[in-house]
Design a protein around this ligand. Structure first.
Ligand code: FDA
Length: 304
């Protein structure tokens, strides 16, 4: 049953008609638990509250399915505006973005041009930018673009997903760039031909790549709410004397909030991923797919 629901929400998250309907009817049905708001202003408020507690942030202007150059240009401008705002308000925040929002499905060269504009602004204001990883179909292209941009810009990182069979090989190939990587389990519906179907195997692979990237001496963001993985990382860094300046934990806005503060109190760096924007729908569906309990939460919100 859990798998059926997961597939349903992942399908709905990719459905263009559902996306358009959701856009029109606004942020309802409990999405505000996971999304800071529709505007940059609302995300700035959320960042300030998190920063006051000592939590670092990465903001993500939500947007997927960009299918023309003007929209990609608009998304690029949004990112630059967010970087300038982070700097102007002196916020402890990085920026995360998706290459499909920058035009990946339209034209790779245009995407790279848009990314250069963003990274130049980020460089000027000393803001770090992480390229999120999308589905398997776009993984290879994303890594190629990251590799090209990493040679020109220091303040860029990307994400690798533990559920993919190829991930350990990607980590080894990227090692010559000493990349700052965010490691995650992976949020998309993938074929068993490219990704581990069993959670147990994903978890084992996750531990394997955390160890690999940390022992390669690279900065590692362990982005998970899974206690078992968090405890594994704590033991590993202790055993190998890995300094706290070489890694951080990351979690999503509104998820395991107490744990975020607990890790901070224990002396670990903790960064919260704060999504905002009117295109909240696909992101919201992926969060529902991860946890059936969230669906009950949403249903309660609808009843109210
Ligand atoms: P897992 O799914 O096993 O969850 C462990 C426990 O965490 C659950 O039992 C539950 O208690 C809690 N939990 C997890 N998800 C929850 C939810 N939605 N609501 C409530 N509780 C929940 N993926 C991707 O493919 N590309 C990307 O670029 C990113 N980027 C990214 C950034 C950051 C900062 C995070 C934290 C995650 C991502 N992800 C991602 C998502 C990631 O791949 C994964 O889908 C989620 O983090 C859930 O997996 P966990 O590692 O938390 O473990």
């Amino acid at each position: 049953m859990e798998q059926v629901m997961r597939n349903f929400f992942l399908y709905m998250g990719k459905n263009r008609v559902a996306t358009k309907v959701a856009k029109r009817y606004g942020m309802r049905f409990g999405a505000s638990r996971f999304v800071a708001g529709a505007s940059l202003d609302s995300s700035v408020n959320a960042i300030k509250k998190l920063n006051q507690k000592g939590l670092s942030v990465t903001i993500d202007h939500l947007g997927e399915f960009v299918d023309n150059a003007a929209e990609a240009d608009e998304m690029t401008n949004h990112c630059i505006e967010a970087i300038e705002r982070i700097a102007a308000e002196n916020l402890d925040s990085q920026l995360s973005l998706k290459l499909t929002s920058m035009g990946l499905d339209i034209d790779v060269q245009m995407t790279i041009r848009n990314m250069r504009r963003i990274l130049e602004a980020a460089d000027r204001h000393d803001v770090f930018v992480t390229i999120d990883m999308e589905d398997f179909e776009r993984c290879g292209k994303t890594i190629e673009i990251f590799t090209e941009l990493k040679k020109e810009f220091a303040n860029i990182g990307t994400v690798l997903q533990a559920y993919l069979y190829r991930v350990a090989e990607d980590i080894e190939k990227l090692n010559e760039l000493s990349p700052n990587l965010r490691l995650v389990k992976g949020a998309y519906k993938e074929s068993h031909k490219v990704a581990f179907p069993d959670k147990k195997d994903v978890d084992e692979n996750f531990k394997k790549i955390i160890k690999l990237h940390l022992l390669n001496g690279n900065y590692t963001a362990i982005a998970t709410h899974d206690n078992q993985i968090i405890e594994y990382t704590k033991k590993l860094v202790k055993e190998y004397n890995i300094p706290h300046t070489q890694f951080e934990f990351q979690m999503l806005y509104g998820i395991c909030v107490e744990k975020q503060e607990e890790l901070l109190k224990e002396g670990y760096k903790m960064r919260v991923y704060v999504p905002y924007g009117k295109d909240w729908y696909g992101y919201f569906m992926r969060r529902l797919a991860e946890r059936p309990a969230n669906v009950a939460f949403v249903l309660k919100g609808m009843m109210k």
